[in-house]
Design a protein around this ligand. Sequence first.
Ligand code: NAP
Ligand code: F7E
Length: 348
Amino acid sequence: MKKKALVTGITGQDGSYLADLLLAKGYEVHGLVRRSSVVNRERLEHVYERARRTTKKPIEYDGKDLGKSTGLHLHYGDLNDSSSLHRLVESIVPDEIYHLGAQSHVGISFDMPVYTGEATGLATIKLLEAIRDTRIKTRFYQASSSEMFGKASEFPQNEKTPFYPRSPYGIAKVYAYWAAVNYREAYGIHASNGILFNHESPRRGSNFVTRKVTLGVADILAGKRDKLYLGNLDAKRDWGYAPDYVEAMWLMLQQDKPDDYVIATGESHSVRELVEEVFCLAGIDNWKKYVVIDDRHKRPTEVDYLLGDSSKARRKLGWKPKVKFKELVRIMFEHDCKTVGVTLPKGK
Ligand code: NAP
Ligand code: F7E
């Protein structure tokens, strides 16, 4: 029998890569999608396209079930609607639940703190309650974040580093982290936290800094704009590649015992280094001519420096990152140049 997985946040960066991975492994994949006025399935478009090619039939684009032809089933629901979560858990009876859905933008969480608390924090307990109430035997993955370390007290950060969140997003993730630990201890639920450091890709949302820079510089190369507005260039992050990181999520749920794992590259770079790297690939020497510091992109409290120690995951899961900073930046920038129709300068 095919294994069944339920993925929240399937339309997001990680959800779409995880869907690719699970479909390739032969899973029946169920995704929770929320209603919006425009049907938003861009990151899953290649799955639809494959189904169109193999069935040679047009696929109705109503954003719903494509199950038979793709193995991918989409269900309407919302993280803030516990009845929809309960119903899905009860009707699908998934072997594995990957809870990736969240209001995931740290800067925006200062503008929407209550909503972020509900969608990023409380929703985890709603899903765990659905598992507890239905008594199904499943394995649960919580998308925890390096933002929980925030104003970190030690470098690099590992599973034992104390949390000091610096945003409503970070606070909500700490709540969700402890919810997963508590339901594991109180009810014996197989719940694991992946404490993932920043991970990026060509599917990254355009208002996260890596994608904003690769898209922005591609636009500059194409002559579509001449300025890039950014906030704090001094912040340092441990940036990895999203497809590598979803593999770690899957590995966590294949373990007999649930546990918590840091997933990171072990390399940290500043936003300034990111900017320099992308402008260098574009063959533009004087990046300062194009970059404008805009206070609107600064946060009331910043996370200055993150660096992850993923030795536990390397040891116990056999996981390690395949793509590091320079290659990641190149993958993203090449993709964005292609999209706007420019080629990288010779020798780059
Ligand atoms: P993302 O691209 O922003 O995707 C978030 C997903 O959550 C989207 O599918 C979004 O749906 C869905 N969602 C948001 N609010 C919802 C609601 N109320 N009801 C139902 N669905 C909702 O985030 P990501 O980068 O893939 O990250 C995945 C998870 O890992 C998130 O929990 C994030 O906080 C966490 N995380 C990310 C990183 C990272 O560096 N990427 C690191 C650590 C942890 P729409 O498409 O409809 O908006
Ligand atoms: O910011 C600085 C900003 O928004 C990175 C999420 O996936 O990773 C992500 O959170 C840094 C910050 O990611 C701009 O101040 C400068 O210091 O790309 P970001 P994030 O806040 O680290 C963690 C692990 C998650 O869990 C989150 O879900 O870059 N920065 N100028 C800027 N950031 C943005 N967005 N835009 C700027 O113009």
